[in-house]
Design a protein. Structure first.
Length: 351
């Protein structure tokens, strides 16, 4: 009991600071929905960290907020999904969704390498653009071990093009004569964060907004294969590094063990399992309808707390070192996702 109290006392100051920033960011997000709370949180945290670096007593709580709280938020995201609804909407939206995701990830890898954007940063910008913005970044960050400056840069980059989508997409929709249903599919597959999806689709119409949100939630499921794939790649990379280190020390490298079910399961992050369980529980109807908005609000707030903590620990000098290339990558990926979404909708007859 005493050790639990001691841990709580050690974490409380940093958690309280991150939570306080998140409260302010949430207010800003409600006043400026296009900006959103997560982006406000990471920016406020970075500004405060720039003015005064967090004291040592704050760091344990800030670290917990940026990692465990982030993972807990991902679990709660699953409770917004109904597997039956996913199956219904997925039949129509899956070809467009998968196509845009694959093209986005390929472009992130190829164009990112061409521009010289470091691996973790191009991964974060790729999954953030291809899946669902800050939520996807939250899920991938602990798996690949991305540092705070990479997370902050990726979130900020994606935010810029979310704003562009809110302004440009309704104009494109009207120019192409899209129906409410078609625009909902377009916005749900080509805009990242939920707030921006709602902002863009609501401008077009209520029916478009309703369908876009469902498509966006289905798109969130793409987190599962991406996180599993990245966990496997990270595991392979760590194995290769260990064998190389053993060889450098003159120790014979061990035979690579076979990929057993147990080894694969160990690669699956706990929060991803929680995400799937939460979605399955929600699909049973155990959770009453009025609970869903509350869970969604809590999940969004926890993501804001985590990103506020990431902002506090961000090395602002890292932004200057990264330069303009991640922004160029973000622009290219935004254009790829927008163009491929329209193209695949035309091919499948959904446009």
């Amino acid at each position: 009991m005493s050790s639990t109290m001691e841990t709580a006392r050690r974490l409380a100051p940093g958690l309280a600071l991150a939570t306080g920033i998140a409260v302010v960011a949430t207010v800003i997000g409600r006043l400026l929905p296009v900006v959103g709370a997560p982006v406000s949180g990471v920016v406020l945290g970075a500004v405060i960290g720039m003015i005064r670096r967090p004291a040592a007593a704050l760091k344990p709580g800030i670290t917990t907020a940026s990692k465990f709280v982030l993972q807990l938020a991902v679990v709660l995201l699953g409770a917004q999904l109904s597997l039956l609804e996913v199956a219904r909407v997925g039949v129509e939206s899956l070809p467009v969704m998968l196509g845009t995701l694959v093209l986005c990830l390929l472009a992130a890898w190829g164009v990112g390498r061409l521009l010289g954007v470091v691996g973790n940063l191009r991964t974060l910008i790729g999954v953030g653009t291809g899946i669902c913005g800050a939520s996807a970044i939250a899920a991938v960050t602990p798996v690949i071990g991305a540092v705070s400056v990479e997370v902050a840069y990726a979130v900020s980059t994606i935010f810029l093009f979310n704003v562009a989508a809110v302004i440009v997409f309704p104009v494109v929709g009207h120019a192409l004569g899209m129906s409410q249903h078609a625009f909902g599919l377009f916005a749900g597959t080509a805009v990242n964060d939920t707030s921006s999806v709602v902002a863009a689709a609501s401008t077009y119409g209520t029916q478009a907004a309703n369908f876009a949100v469902v498509v966006k939630l289905v798109r969130t499921l793409m987190i599962i294969p991406i996180v599993l794939g990245l966990a496997w790649l990270v595991g392979r990379r760590e194995q290769a590094a260990a064998r190389l280190a053993a060889a450098d020390d003159g120790v014979p490298a061990a035979e690579r063990p076979p990929w057993t079910l147990r080894r694969i399961v160990k690669l699956v992050p706990w929060f991803l399992i929680g995400f799937v369980i939460a979605a399955a529980v929600n699909s049973t109807g155990v959770l009453p309808g009025p609970v869903h908005p509350a869970i969604s609000t809590v999940a969004a707030f926890l993501i804001t707390v985590a990103l506020s903590a990431i902002g506090l620990s961000t090395d602002v000098a890292g932004f200057r070192r990264a330069g303009f290339r991640p922004l160029v990558l973000g622009l290219v990926l935004w254009l790829v996702v927008t163009g491929s979404s329209l193209g695949l909708m035309a091919l499948t007859g959904a446009l």
